[in-house]
Design a protein around this ligand. Structure first.
Ligand code: NIG
Ligand code: FE
Length: 430
């Protein structure tokens, strides 16, 4: 069997194994190996097993991973990657006691980002997003779902999605585009919100679909933003144009978005901090993947995290994502979200690894190729500078990814980062 890249003698090779009906378990192989040919994984197992089945030829690159852990590339299933400028002043205001909802009602929040994005050119948006993608990669993330939603006009939503398409050509991180025209009602439609919904449903969705600029159609269903009735109209229009539904639901209140997700057969329902048992049952029956975003709760200084244990007990394939955006979670670190899920939602290290690989792939309809290390899967993997996968959420707030492989190629290597002149002789110290 031809092999282009061979990772051997890893302390652990760790992967979820799909078990049908959205279930999975984590497999941990000690002294593990992964063999890659072209863009695909061809063998996974103990170093002994893999070396016995694959032949090392000339040209095979070999990575010795002693003391390190290999996992599938992480998948971030919910981000607002494309935005201009920042909202650092809102961050400061929150430290002084103003809430996210108060700031939004006063014209800040999403609408502040809309004003900034509309002034930015495609080139400026691309230039701002590329270093963000570098940071995702440095955190072991090889696939990122990316939403529009700061344009809120036909031209600016198209501009945002074209930026995502261009970024996908320029950067090794794989992007999955989502239209979020119904993220907020823009300033100029404040007193005629139905006209904005008409624009979204009759013009933005059809044109985005015709130009194949987005795979999913999302909506922010929340008190003060879009009601269940309005969100239903958006998601059904998206479906009619072949865009799979996603929804921001039950983030600040229980407003019925989770039940709507079940009703329309959404691929995922995201946030879910305020769901109840009946909502969880509905999601389970309809096969909707819950995407939990503890970083947004943490960053807004709130304390109501989604009831992950209730969802896991009901058999839901819980996914975790960053929600990366300038307002509610300014971080590209999916490992940090794993830590928050462990400490604030009582998920285990095994559950958070599954939640950021296979279940995250399920949340963007990519489970047939991403999120697992198995023969035939796309060769996306991370070599972490830790001897045990549980150290990924345990040692938090630092970059632990050593080497990142996307579609069979090494696309990131962590720089050494030791202090200049760190080792001094006694005389130098004196
Ligand atoms: O997922 N909930 C709505 N959308 C974002 C917030 C975006 C923003 O504040 O810019 C979220 O938290
Ligand atoms: Fe979001």
């Amino acid at each position: 069997m031809r092999v282009d890249l061979l990772i051997v003698h890893a302390a652990q090779v760790v992967t979820p194994l799909a078990e049908g009906d959205g279930q999975s378990r984590l497999q941990v192989v000690n002294d593990g190996a992964v063999a890659i040919a072209g863009e695909k994984v061809v063998a996974v197992g103990s170093s002994g097993e893999v070396l016995a089945t694959v032949a090392r030829q000339e040209g095979t690159e070999v990575i010795e991973a002693r003391g390190k852990t290999v996992t599938p590339g992480l998948v971030d299933a919910h981000t607002h990657l494309v935005f201009a400028g920042s909202r650092v002043e809102e961050f400061e205001w929150r430290t002084q006691g103003r809430s996210y909802e108060q700031i939004a009602a006063a014209g800040g929040g999403i609408r502040a980002s809309v004003r900034q994005l509309r002034r930015a050119t495609m080139e400026e948006l691309i230039e701002a997003a590329l270093p963000r993608l570098d940071r995702f990669l440095a955190n072991g993330v090889t696939t990122v779902e990316a939403k529009s939603g700061y344009g809120l006009s036909l031209v600016d939503e198209l501009k945002s999605l074209r930026v995502i398409a261009e970024l996908a050509r320029l950067h090794p991180v794989e992007l999955v585009p989502t239209l979020l025209a119904a993220h907020e009602v823009p300033d100029e439609y404040r007193d005629r919100r139905n006209d904005y919904l008409d624009l979204s449903v009759e013009h933005i969705i059809p044109q985005v679909a015709e130009q194949e600029l987005a795979e999913f159609c999302d909506v922010f269903c929340e008190r003060g933003v879009f009601s269940v009735e309005e969100a239903r109209r958006v998601l059904l229009a998206g479906k009619a144009h072949g865009r799979k539904p996603k929804i921001h639901a039950e983030q600040f209140s229980r407003s019925g978005g989770a039940q709507l997700a079940a009703e329309v057969g959404a691929t995922s329902a995201d946030h879910l901090d305020y769901v109840d048992e009946a909502d969880v049952t509905a999601l389970r029956k309809a096969g909707v993947v819950p995407v939990l975003l503890p970083g947004a709760v943490f960053f807004l200084g709130k304390s109501r995290f989604a009831p992950a244990r209730m969802m896991l007990a009901a058999g839901l394939p819980v996914a975790l994502a960053t929600d990366f955006n300038p307002g509610t979670c300014m971080s590209e670190s999916l490992p940090l979200m794993m830590t928050l899920a462990c400490t604030q939602m009582q998920m285990t290290p095994a559950e958070v690894l599954i939640a950021t690989t296979l279940n995250a792939a399920r949340a963007i309809d990519r489970a047939s190729t991403l999120g697992q290390l198995r023969a035939g899967a796309q060769a996306d993997c991370v070599i972490w500078d830790v001897p045990d996968y549980r150290c990924i959420p345990y040692h938090f707030g630092v970059e632990l990814a050593q080497t990142v492989i996307k579609r069979g190629s090494v696309v990131y290597e962590r720089a050494k980062g030791t202090a200049v002149g760190a080792i001094k002789t006694d005389e130098e110290h004196a």
